[in-house]
Design a protein around this ligand. Structure first.
Ligand code: HEM
Length: 405
C-alpha cells in the first residue's frame, strides 16, 4: 500500500517547526517537483524542490531576477520596492557585480581573522559560564555570540550594541513567531516597524562613522564609489541591513541545529571526538542537515519551462535548499547524518553569483565554536525539548536547554 499524500502547505510555519516539511518535500520531489502554491486570493508562487532544478534556477540569473528580494511575502517583495537593485541580495547584474566588489572588502582574510579572535573571546566566556552553571540555554546564551563577535569586529559595535541589533534582526526574521513578535492582524505593518528600528539603529552608526571614520563595514560603504560616484546613503543602509540580517540568525541557528544533530547522533559525535580533524567536514554536514536558509525567492523575467511546467514572466519562484539538500538523486542516504560525508555539495549557502558572501566567515565562526565545545560534548545533554522557530524561511531554534552531566 502506498503511503497517503501528506498535506502540502509550504507557508505553514507550524509544519516547519514540527519538522513535517521533510516528508512534504520527499513527496513533492517524487510526485510534484515543480509545485504551484496557490493562495486563497488566486495569487501563487512556484516551488522548485529537486536539486538539479534548484541549481539550474540559481545559476540562470538572466531568467530569474533577485530584485524581488529573497523572502516570500516578507520584506522587499515587490519589484517596485526601494531595496530592489540597491541591496546586494536584491540586485541583478550589472549592479550586483559592482556592489559585490565593494562589499567583498568587508570580508577580507584580515577581517575574518579579527572576527575569529573576537568570536573566540565571546565563545570562551559563554562556554565557561555554561560549565560553571552546569548548563543553560544554548540557543540564547551561547549561539548568539557568533554574530555578536562578527558585528563587533566588522561593524565596530560594542557587545551590548551587537546584542541589541541581534534582538531586532531576530524579531524581523521571526516575525511570524508569537514568542518573538506579538501577532496582530497586520503582520506586514509590524514587520515594517521592526525594519524601521533596524534602519534607525544603522542611521545612528552612520552618523557616528561620518564624524569619525574607522576601518569597519559602515566606513567602507560610506567611502566606496561605484562608477566614480559614492553610494547613496540609502544604499549604505540597505547593505548594512543585508549583512546584519544575512549573518545574525543564520550562523547562530546553524550552531544550534549542528549541536542538536551531534547530541542526537552519539555515534557521529564519537567519530568526531576520535578524529577532530574531521571538524571541517562535519560542519559541512551540519550545514546540509540544518539547511537553515530554507529557500530563496526569484522572479521570472521571461517565460520559461521547468519540468514540463510553464513559468510566466513575473511569476515568483522559490528555490528550496532544504529540499535539494535531501534529494536522493544527489546525496547518498540523505536522511542519515554523517560527519564524514564527502562529497557534500549542499546548497545551504546557495550557488551562483549570489552565493553567500559570508560563507567563509560563517565557517570560521562555527569552527571556532565547535572546536571549543567538542571536548565537553560527552558531558552535554539536552535538558528539555528544543523549541523551533515559527518560520518557513529560516529554520532556527529559539530555545535549547542543555545540562552538563
Ligand atoms: C550558516 C550561515 C549562513 C547561511 C546558511 C547563509 C545563507 C545564504 C544564502 C542561501 C545566500 C544566497 C541568497 C540568494 O541567492 O538570494 C546568502 C547570501 C548572502 N549572505 Fe549569507 N548565509 C550565512 C552566513 C552569512 C554571514 C555570516 C553573513 C555576513 C556577515 C552573510 C551575508 C550574506 C550576504 C550579504 C548575502 C548576499 C550575497 C549576494 O547577493 O551576492 N551570510 N547567504
Amino acid at each position: 500500500m502506498t503511503a497517503p499524500a501528506p498535506i502540502v502547505d509550504l507557508t505553514d510555519v507550524e509544519a516547519f517547526a514540527a519538522g513535517a516539511h521533510r516528508e512534504m518535500f520527499r513527496w513533492l520531489r517524487a510526485t510534484d517537483p515543480v509545485h504551484a502554491h496557490v493562495f486563497p486570493d488566486g495569487g501563487r508562487f512556484w516551488a522548485l524542490t529537486r536539486y538539479r532544478d534548484v541549481v539550474a534556477a540559481y545559476t540562470d540569473h538572466r531568467t530569474f531576477s533577485s530584485s524581488g528580494g529573497a523572502m516570500l511575502g516578507g520584506s522587499f517583495r515587490s519589484r517596485e520596492d526601494t531595496a530592489a537593485g540597491r541591496m546586494l541580495v536584491a540586485s541583478d547584474p550589472p549592479r550586483h557585480r559592482l556592489l559585490r566588489k565593494v562589499m567583498h572588502h568587508a570580508f577580507s582574510p584580515e577581517r575574518i581573522r579579527l572576527v575569529q579572535r573576537q568570536v573566540e573571546l565571546l565563545v570562551d566566556a559563554a562556554v565557561d559560564r555554561l560549565l560553571a552553571d552546569g548548563g543553560g540555554d544554548f540557543a540564547t546564551d551561547v549561539a548568539p555570540e557568533l554574530p555578536a563577535g562578527a558585528l563587533m569586529a566588522m561593524v565596530g559595535l560594542s557587545q551590548d550594541e551587537a546584542h541589541e541589533l541581534i534582538g531586532m534582526t531576530r524579531r524581523m526574521i521571526g516575525f511570524r513567531d508569537p514568542v518573538l513578535v506579538e501577532q496582530t492582524s497586520d503582520v506586514r505593518l509590524q514587520l515594517a516597524g521592526i525594519q524601521a528600528d533596524i534602519f534607525d539603529f544603522f542611521e545612528e552608526v552612520i552618523r557616528l562613522r561620518r564624524h569619525r571614520p574607522g576601518d569597519d563595514l559602515v566606513s567602507l560603504l560610506l567611502t566606496a564609489t561605484i562608477n566614480g560616484r559614492p553610494l547613496p546613503e540609502e544604499e549604505v543602509l540597505y547593505n548594512c541591513m543585508n549583512v546584519a540580517v544575512g549573518g545574525n540568525e543564520t550562523s547562530s541557528y546553524t550552531a544550534c541545529s549542528g549541536l542538536l544533530a551531534l547530541l542526537d547522533h552519539p555515534d557521529q559525535s564519537s567519530i568526531l571526538l576520535r578524529d577532530p580533524e574531521l571538524l571541517d567536514c562535519a560542519i559541512g554536514e551540519m550545514l546540509r542537515w540544518s539547511s537553515t536558509n530554507a529557500y530563496v525567492q526569484r522572479v521570472a523575467v521571461r517565460d520559461t519551462e521547468i519540468g514540463g511546467r510553464h513559468i510566466r514572466s513575473g511569476d515568483s519562484v522559490t528555490l528550496w535548499n532544504v529540499s535539494a539538500n535531501f534529494d536522493e538523486d544527489q546525496f547518498d542516504e540523505p536522511n542519515v547524518f554523517r560527519v564524514t560525508r564527502t562529497p557534500n555539495r549542499h546548497l545551504t549557502y546557495g550557488v551562483g553569483i549570489h552565493r553567500c558572501i559570508g560563507a567563509t566567515l560563517a565557517h570560521v565562526e562555527l569552527g571556532t565554536l565547535f572546536a571549543r565545545i567538542l571536548p565537553h560534548l560527552p558531558r552535554m545533554q539536552q535538558a528539555g525539548e528544543a523549541r523551533r522557530l515559527r518560520s518557513n524561511f529560516i529554520l532556527g531554534t529559539t530555545s535549547m536547554p542543555i545540562v552538563m552531566i
